[in-house]
Design a protein around this ligand. Structure first.
Ligand SMILES: [Mn+2]
Length: 319
């Protein structure tokens, strides 16, 4: 198990130096800031990204998310679906050829939703969500969409892309829909439960059909047991990497927390990753906004990441 930093989009020396100095081995870029002309990414730009991380002794292990307009019609079954699939195949082949072994994405045409932020310890701010407040949102994509059609769209895509990913030797994983509620803005939050993930991994049985395990979002899932889900998907080697963050509770209403003040026992969680033989990396994902921190959250991330390093040491030394 290893330590990563991520959730920035620009491959700058400042981020890489920060990550390397604070003890990371792995890097994840989110929606990498490279040209995306024609709705796809080019090999040379991806190779440059990898090399820029390697200059600091870091491994660019994963890219997370492409711009949503690269594949929104794949998710929604729009007229441009097949053209977008061709472009996504091109991009995923390029990510693999560039020597980046994991591509994580999501199945949310509108991205992550939150409502009014919450003041937590001594005025630190955390994102929060209240389903009652969010239900008032208008349709985001012109009409109401339904579970069945969204599952068909997902299955169509997984069946096409998985053999290509296998051929290229790249692993793909999907981040849960955050927040994991039934529907937002007229769009089903398809991947929102333990059961929905069991269904996803059964579409095609392949190491290339896997999970970007946002432990934070899995912890938000109503009525599901986070420890059981870590064990279940960990034992099946479906966890590509982990967003290791904590929350106050589950939907319909929750807020994000400091890594050690949420409802999840992070030591217990870490022990399970270790027990099932997980061999990927952890990042902090999101952190509360604290006094005079930067927009990306250097202070908050240094705290959370140091905490993760402590837990890793504890479980691997058998404390
Ligand atoms: Mn996440």
């Amino acid at each position: 198990m290893r330590i990563g930093f991520g959730q920035f989009s620009k491959a700058t020396p400042e981020y890489f130096r920060f990550a390397a100095q604070y003890g990371a081995t792995d890097i994840l870029l989110n929606k990498a800031d490279i040209p995306g002309t024609g709705g796809r990414w080019e090999l040379q730009d991806l190779v440059k990204l990898r090399l820029s991380a390697e200059q600091y002794g870091l491994k660019l292990t994963a890219l997370e998310n492409v711009p949503t307009h690269f594949y929104d019609e794949i998710m929604l079954g729009g007229d441009g679906r097949d053209r977008q699939i061709e472009n996504m195949i091109y991009t995923i082949r390029n990510i693999a050829k560039a020597g980046i072994p994991i591509f994580g994405y999501n199945w949310m045409p509108s991205m992550v939703w939150r409502t009014t932020p919450k003041s937590i310890r001594c005025g630190a701010f955390a994102t929060a969500f209240d389903y009652e407040e969010a239900k008032a949102m208008p349709f985001t994509h012109g009409r109401e969409y339904f579970e069945d059609e969204m599952w068909q769209n997902l299955e169509y895509w997984i069946n096409i892309i998985t053999p290509i990913a296998e051929e290229e030797g790249i692993r793909l994983g999907i981040h849960p829909c955050d927040p994991p509620v039934e529907k937002l803005g007229g769009i089903p939050q398809l991947l929102r439960s333990f059961d929905s993930y069991k269904r996803l991994i059964e579409i095609v049985d392949s190491p290339s059909n896997a999970i970007e395990f946002c432990q934070g979002t899995f912890s938000e899932m109503e009525g599901d047991d986070i420890y059981e889900m870590i064990r279940y998907f960990g034992e099946r080697e479906k966890i590509l990497y982990v967003h290791f963050r904590n929350v106050s509770g589950q939907v319909p209403k929750f807020h994000e927390e400091f890594i050690n003040t949420g409802y999840v026992d992070m030591y217990k969680a870490m022990k399970i990753y270790h027990e099932v033989g997980f061999d990927g990396f952890f990042i902090d994902d999101h952190v509360p906004n604290t006094y005079q921190d930067t927009e990306w959250g250097h202070r908050g991330r240094a705290f959370a990441n140091g905490y993760i390093q402590g837990l890793l040491e504890a479980v691997t030394k058998g404390c």
